[in-house]
Design a protein around this ligand. Structure first.
Ligand code: DC
Length: 215
């Protein structure tokens, strides 16, 4: 069973996907974490992010996987924390738009989805990665609410950033993720849209589980 949850940054995808997977006892795959990890790796390797050949060579040799606690590893290093910085958030939309990066990530995601039932969250799961997924959801929320959510998350981690900087980053990522040539962020025609502006995480999870159980 494949459950696709797509939507823009900070729309509540991660927490919702994690909880839905837990309640159904299936795998949760945070595909955004994969794009972030590769962004971190490419930056560390000082590769020119517009050089598709260099990116292709770099990706050929990487090992990217999640452990049982859903920590993400790049070449045996746990990168779960370092990929959540403001710096990576500012670069990830550029790197995730590169065709070689998408090709490799989609390959890994499809392989996992063929082996396990899972909840995949991202931008293109219902449109490109698993267009035949049994269940497709598209989460969205007012941009100010999304920025507030991200702001309070980062404040807890003591990141030095203002609300306005976050709002700007989210708007920028929305624009880049939606307008890129390869696999842009968009709702699949057959996805169920959920506006999370006024919803709690529990509401979101219940709505999704209700749909799944009704089918
Ligand atoms: O979900 P997130 O904010 O952690 O995702 C980080 C970036 O990764 C996002 O700005 C766009 C990219 N991404 C993507 O292009 N395709 C996906 N399936 C998931 C994320």
């Amino acid at each position: 069973m494949i459950i696709a949850i797509d939507g823009p940054s900070a729309s509540g995808k991660s927490t919702t996907a994690k909880e839905v997977a837990k309640r159904l006892s299936i795998m949760h795959l945070d595909t955004g974490a994969m794009y972030r990890a590769v962004t971190w790796g490419i930056k560390q390797s000082s590769i020119n992010i517009y050089d598709d050949n260099a990116i292709k060579n770099y990706l050929y040799n990487i090992e990217l996987y999640f452990d049982e606690n859903n920590h993400i590893y790049l070449n045996n290093r746990n990168v779960s924390d370092v990929i959540r910085t403001v710096d990576i958030s500012e670069q990830v939309s550029i790197i995730s738009a590169r065709p070689e990066v998408r090709k490799k990530m989609v390959e890994i995601q499809r392989k996992l989805g063929r082996e396990f039932s899972c909840v995949l969250e991202g931008r293109d799961i219902g449109t490109v990665v698993f267009p035949n997924a049994e269940f497709k959801f598209f989460l969205n929320a007012d941009v100010d609410i999304r920025a507030k959510r991200r702001f309070s998350e980062l404040k807890k981690k003591n990141e030095k950033i203002t609300f306005d900087e976050i709002l700007k980053n989210i708007k920028n990522r929305d624009r880049m993720d939606s307008s890129r040539v390869h696999s842009p962020l968009k709702k699949a025609k057959d996805a169920i849209e959920i506006d999370t502006t006024q919803l709690t995480i529990n509401d979101q999870v219940d709505k999704i589980l209700e749909r799944i159980k009704n089918k």
